[in-house]
Design a protein around this ligand. Structure first.
Ligand code: C5P
Length: 230
């Protein structure tokens, strides 16, 4: 069975709230993402427990700080046994290099991914922080920076995948949230694609939250998405 492309975003307020879904999930069928909300509420022990249960865990804490602090945080995350973790490319080349070095010297080496530009930011907000012009151009430049600094991939909008693939090799991972099966509620996502479209464009991993977690039958929703991407 091929390793799953689907990463389910466990966007829950605590361990108890995540339990009902986790009890139904098979680690051979999907990976899981723990973000700031669940991590802050449930802590590193909860992450370790998921790892012990056999889940590939994407620890989505988007580190962005001075190089030394980010390096130490990456090392601590690696020691939890997670499969993937991320940092902000906007932290700069030295910060990214420090994160790379920290992971390389850890006994367990998760995939190290950079966030380029948050998909929630539109042109006006980008301009407020001095990022004028085409957002896609900033994403492309930050992706090159991430690649040069030795990241294993980037988080990006599925709509940026085809453009980025032209600039990077096939092994550089493209991780895409903003996935909505046909007919699903958009919620706060703006630049979306269906699961099949994202895979066809070249996305390696699909981060999916509400279209699975908020459905009356999450396992049926997962099965439908698996069927769609084949
Ligand atoms: O519920 P939904 O499918 O929109 O969840 C998407 C997940 O991906 C959320 O956990 C969200 O925080 C995360 N994410 C995102 N956009 C980014 C980075 C992460 O939607 N640029």
């Amino acid at each position: 069975m091929p390793k799953p492309r689907i990463i389910i975003a466990l966007d829950y307020p605590g361990a108890e709230a995540a339990k009902a879904l986790l009890e139904q999930l098979d680690p051979a069928r999907c990976r899981v993402k723990v973000g700031k909300e669940l991590f802050t509420a449930a802590g590193p022990a909860f992450v370790s427990k998921l790892v012990q249960q056999g889940f590939d865990v994407f620890l989505d804490l988007k580190f962005h700080d001075i190089p030394n602090t980010v390096a130490k945080a990456c090392q601590a995350a690696a020691e939890l046994g997670v499969w993937m973790l991320n940092v902000h490319a906007l932290g700069g080349g030295r910060m990214l290099a420090a994160a790379r070095e920290a992971i390389d010297s850890s006994s367990h080496q998760p995939l190290l991914i950079a966030v380029t530009i948050l998909t929630s930011m539109g042109p006006e907000e980008l301009e407020q922080i001095g990022l004028t012009g085409d957002a896609g151009e900033h994403v492309r430049r930050l992706t090159s920076l991430a690649q040069e600094a030795g990241m294993d991939g980037v988080v990006c909008s599925p709509r940026e995948v085809a453009m980025l693939r032209k600039h990077i090799g096939p092994s550089f991972k493209l991780v895409t949230p903003g996935i909505r099966p046909k007919g699903a509620a958009a919620g706060d996502q703006i630049r979306m694609m269906t699961p099949a479209e994202a895979v066809a464009a070249g996305s390696d991993y699909l981060v999916i939250g509400r279209p699975i977690t908020q459905q009356p039958d999450p396992m049926a929703a997962l099965a439908a998405i698996e069927n769609e991407i084949g």
